[in-house]
Write a protein that binds this ligand. Structure first.
Ligand code: AG3
Length: 288
């Protein structure tokens, strides 16, 4: 049998055992090992520049807006008064960019394990961070997110986990211990959201996180968005909140908050953010 990896001129992602995704490498821009992982950037005419870590697509210029908008605006607008945001991971700066669009957000701490990814993204993918690294409200910490939450004494209104998949350096960010420590950093109405994989392909990953959230949070569930290069159907984002209030916010109120924020987006709207919590049967069936 031919190994899918051996397709010259194509980047083949074999994240899932029985499924591979191939993206044509029109131009290879960068290929190197950081201290932590293999980092590649190439250009694809449909998706623009694409960053892969250990062969898995992390971000593409064309569809990153869906992922970054949904993981920031959904919790921030539902919360309604978020001033302090913590991002775990997110080395390319796209999550910080979206969070900092909220003038009401006074401070963003971003904890990235790999300084190489940050430096590299500034050079090769500057449009993704789009100036976020120069914003005085951003505090960039190079550290393992799991270590950071163990010792951190600050608190946050919204915590966003922008991780890789639970293999390699990202694995610790999917443990009950990590979730519990992150929860302890949340303020009264605080919300934790997490990158939780594509449930059609990675159902167990979602079930494991949801089981942990169920034990930790007053309100817990997941919400969905389809990001074309995260193949296999919609991706799930874990949602854990200390109170029911954010998710009970009426649409009219979400819309008033959004209008006040005055942010332009290409995917998120308050109605989309609210509807994203409607779960198809096969996803509900993965809930503990
Ligand atoms: N991090 C999420 C990558 C997940 C890809 N996994 C997958 N297809 N299951 C993206 C980093 C962007 N800031």
């Amino acid at each position: 049998m031919t190994e899918p990896r051996s397709m010259p001129g194509w980047s083949v992602e074999t994240l899932h055992e029985d499924h591979a995704q191939a993206l044509r490498e029109a131009t290879l821009l960068y290929d190197s090992e950081t201290d932590i992982q293999r980092l590649r950037v190439f250009r694809n005419p449909t998706f623009g520049r694409i960053l892969t870590l250990d062969g898995v697509v992390q971000v593409t210029e064309a569809d990153e807006f869906i992922y970054h908008e949904m993981l920031t605006h959904t919790p921030i607008i539902a919360h309604g008064a978020a001033k302090r945001v913590l991002i775990i991971g997110g080395g390319d700066g796209g999550m910080a960019r979206e969070a900092l669009k909220h003038r009401s957000v006074e401070h963003v701490t971003m904890v990235e394990i790999d300084a190489g990814v940050v430096e590299f993204s500034k050079t090769y993918l500057p449009g993704i961070s789009n100036g976020a690294f120069d914003d005085p409200r951003l505090n960039l910490v190079i550290d393992d997110g799991a270590e950071f939450v163990k010792t951190c004494t600050d608190s946050f209104d919204v915590i966003i986990v922008d991780s890789t998949d639970p293999i390699g350096p990202g694995e610790v960010l999917f443990t009950d211990t990590f979730y519990g420590r992150a929860k302890n950093l949340l303020t009264g109405n605080g919300i934790l959201v997490t990158q939780n994989g594509v449930p059609f392909m990675q159902g167990q990953e979602l079930t494991n996180t949801m089981r942990a959230f169920k034990a930790l949070f007053a309100d817990w569930t997941c919400y969905l968005a389809t990001i074309p290069t995260y193949a296999g159907g919609p991706m799930a984002f874990g949602y854990g909140a200390l109170s029911d209030a954010p998710r009970a916010t009426p649409l009219a109120e979400l819309e008033a908050r959004w209008a006040k924020a005055g942010i332009e987006t290409r995917y998120y709207t308050p109605a989309v953010g609210q509807a994203a919590f409607a779960l198809p049967g096969y996803v509900s069936a993965l809930m503990p």
